[in-house]
Design a protein around this ligand. Structure first.
Ligand code: GLN
Length: 486
């Protein structure tokens, strides 16, 4: 069993054929965590004993021939998805000791298949950031080069899968937090259609943008997790009924069209990153896809709109952390001081920045100029996508204009950090699904760093991402995902 190369599909076959047990498989991943996580710091906590018990329970089902697709599959869980009785800190000091009192719906569905939970993974505090450097518990390192960031905010989950410390993982994506770390670490990351996976039990960052999704080594692995966790949930008022799904329909004899918003790609994208993107596109062209230029004129406003809407919603959602209801409470003489002192010592600098910006853009004097304007432009972005999908099956862009950057390189310059989100945030504003697939590599300081290719589908078109995504995997010039240096 090679924990680096193994996929969920391989493991499923081997478990059902009794080549090894779910306990053997879990132990192999626990050993790998012991060996490697000292250098990576993907995990905030490893649930060794619980994971072994879950694996044994999975073995009983496998022995009875009753296994489901994820029975006995060892997964990592981002530190903001609730599992009853376990700590979920959202990478924050303010929730350091907070224990969940119920299971997130996604977790409940995974438990129903007897998946195994290895531990909770590091992240930027409250899912705010792009590098995992905003964690209150220290940064995670990129397994391809430990002087570099793994991306963020689901950096712990992506690094764990990349370094063979979990077979797959759950993450969340508000503006790229599953796709960008997956690209930086050379694994596959899926941000599903908004509403297709329940947000019940996901600690909220920006509710109209957040979505739970999957990180795995292959498109097929991301899909099998998505198949398990998707579905209508009455506990989430934004949950979608199954009828909103769409797929490619009858594909026989039809040429699929991939739209490329060329005017949007060049600015700020490093030349070799663009070259890798073009190489994958050309390979898809050779495989029979028709590659067409499209216009998405409002996309140039996406970053500005995102960095108004995100802080607005974050400032509202984080108001509940007041030192009274959850987690940390710093005592003081009066209630106002309890609020102030708790929030001052519990929140890190980026979280405070978002709360300040969010409060400002929502304030009576400025809401018309900022928040309401941003909401109106968000509609234009949504319409741009809807219009584009009238003529193409899928849209392709790079995931990031740069490869994994050095730890510390952007942490003192928030605007430089925000700018790296240019290709991922429009997807969350529009609520459409997208996937990041490793496709090629660039060299920095003598090390090969993975590059991610983004496919975006229309609302409800997650299935389209899987079918075309598998062709991207075949077209990918240099698969880098299986050779991290650590
Ligand atoms: N980098 C973006 C932000 O800081 C996206 C984060 C995310 O998807 N959670 O908001």
């Amino acid at each position: 069993m090679n924990v680096f190369r193994l996929t969920i599909s391989d493991a499923r076959r081997a478990l059902d054929a009794k080549e090894y047990s779910a306990l053997d498989l879990t132990n192999a991943y626990l050993d790998s965590i012991v060996k490697k996580d000292g250098a990576i710091h993907a995990y905030l906590e490893v649930w060794k004993n619980e994971a072994r018990e879950e694996a044994k329970a999975a073995d009983v089902l496998i022995a009875r021939g009753e296994s489901k697709p994820l029975t006995g599959i060892p997964l990592a869980v981002k530190d903001l998805i609730l599992i009853e009785g376990r700590i979920a800190s959202a990478g924050s000091k303010i929730l350091e000791k907070y224990r969940a009192s119920y299971d997130a719906t996604a977790i409940k569905k995974l438990k129903a298949q007897n998946a195994v939970f290895l531990g909770r993974t590091n992240m930027d505090e409250f899912a705010l950031g792009s590098s995992t450097e905003n964690s209150a518990y220290g940064p995670t390192k990129n397994p391809h080069d430990t002087s570099r960031v793994p991306g963020g905010t689901s950096g712990g989950s992506a690094a764990a899968v990349s370094a063979g410390m979990a077979l797959a993982a759950l993450g969340s994506d508000t503006g790229g937090s599953i796709r960008q770390p997956s690209a930086f670490c050379g694994v596959v990351g899926l941000k599903p259609t908004y509403g297709s996976v329940s947000r019940f039990g996901l600690i909220a960052a920006a509710s109209s943008l957040d979505q739970i999704g999957a990180i795995g080594k292959t498109v097929a692995d991301a899909r099998s997790i998505f198949e398990c966790i998707r579905g209508y949930d009455e506990k989430d008022s934004t949950s979608l009924p199954a009828s909103t799904r769409s797929d490619l329909g009858d594909s026989k004899g039809r040429t699929f069209r991939i739209g490329v918003p060329r005017a949007f790609l060049g600015e700020g994208t490093e030349p070799d990153m663009l070259k890798e993107f073009e190489r994958t596109l050309a390979a898809l062209g050779e495989a029979g896809y028709s590659i067409v230029d499209i216009e998405l004129p409002s996309l140039k406003y996406a970053l500005a709109v995102y960095y108004i809407i995100n802080p607005a919603e974050v400032s509202t959602n984080l108001a509940r952390f007041d030192g009274i209801r959850y987690g940390l409470s710093v005592s003081a003489d009066d209630i106002q001081s309890v609020y102030a002192k708790t929030r001052e010592s519990g929140f890190g600098p980026e979280t405070r920045r978002r709360i300040l910006v969010g409060t400002f853009v929502l304030s009576a004097g400025y809401a018309d100029a900022y928040y309401r304007k941003a909401r109106a432009v968000r509609e234009l972005i949504r319409n741009d996508f809807a219009k584009a999908f009238g003529s193409v099956d899928v849209i392709a862009t790079p995931i990031s204009p740069v490869p994994a950057f050095k730890i510390g390189e952007k942490s003192s310059d928030p605007l430089a950090m925000y700018a790296a989100d240019i290709f991922t945030v429009p997807v969350n504003l529009a609520g459409v699904p997208a996937i990041s697939i490793p496709s090629g590599a660039v060299e920095r300081d003598g090390k090969k760093l993975p590059v991610g290719f983004q496919l975006i589908a229309q609302h409800g078109g997650d299935e389209t991402l899987f079918s075309i995504g598998e062709d991207v995997e075949k077209a990918g010039p240099i698969p880098t995902r299986h050779n991290p240096t650590v």
